[in-house]
Design a protein. Sequence first.
Length: 248
Amino acid sequence: MKTAIVTGATSGIGRATTQALVEAGWQVIATGRRADRLAALADRHGERVHTAVFDIRDDAGRDAALDALPERFRGIDLLVNNAGLALGTAPAQQADLAQWRTMIDTNVTALVAITHRLLPGLIARKGAIVNIASVAGTYPYTGGNVYGGTKAFVQQFSLNLRSDLHGTGVRVSTIDPGMVETEFTLVRTGGDQQASDTLYDKAEPMTADDIAATVLWIATLPSHLNINRVELMPVSQSFAGFQVARGG
């Protein structure tokens, strides 16, 4: 039985990915900050899911959780770097620097730290890494500023990681989703349910299950195939137009 570790498994894409992998016969280490939500996953899936409660930004907490893994979960075949967030929608000149730092610490620093920690084992098992980035890393938009920058980092880090891992048998992939209806906008707006409802209203956005199915597809491809990057959007979403300021 193969083993995956999914960060940010308490909601959205992470929770859906955990469920999809378990239903496909994997066992999963599900990580996140909210113990109650992880416990619900474990209750649903039984011994196929091992939960590890820690903040992805907490190096000591992460290492303690990984060091305490039961023996049968120690051989990790797949790392799904899903934990991440956007905070704030203001343009850069009005943005909160603390929010910028939180996004960098979560989306960049924590992602590279857990990847670095798990690389020796992934190399030994010729495993795979799937990093969840975003179309925001490719297409700029007003208010995207540091969030878009962090996701562009994930894209470029993945490409360079694949280059460094050449010859090891480790596969590295990036998934760049567009609009997905999850708790993403609630987190970004500090819990503004109306903002979330307005964004997704009549837009037919993608679902967490759509992205989880993509993770599973990548993870179960033959070992000689590598998906470098997958970009997905709902049909209702396309690329933003250029802006032109006139006068003044």
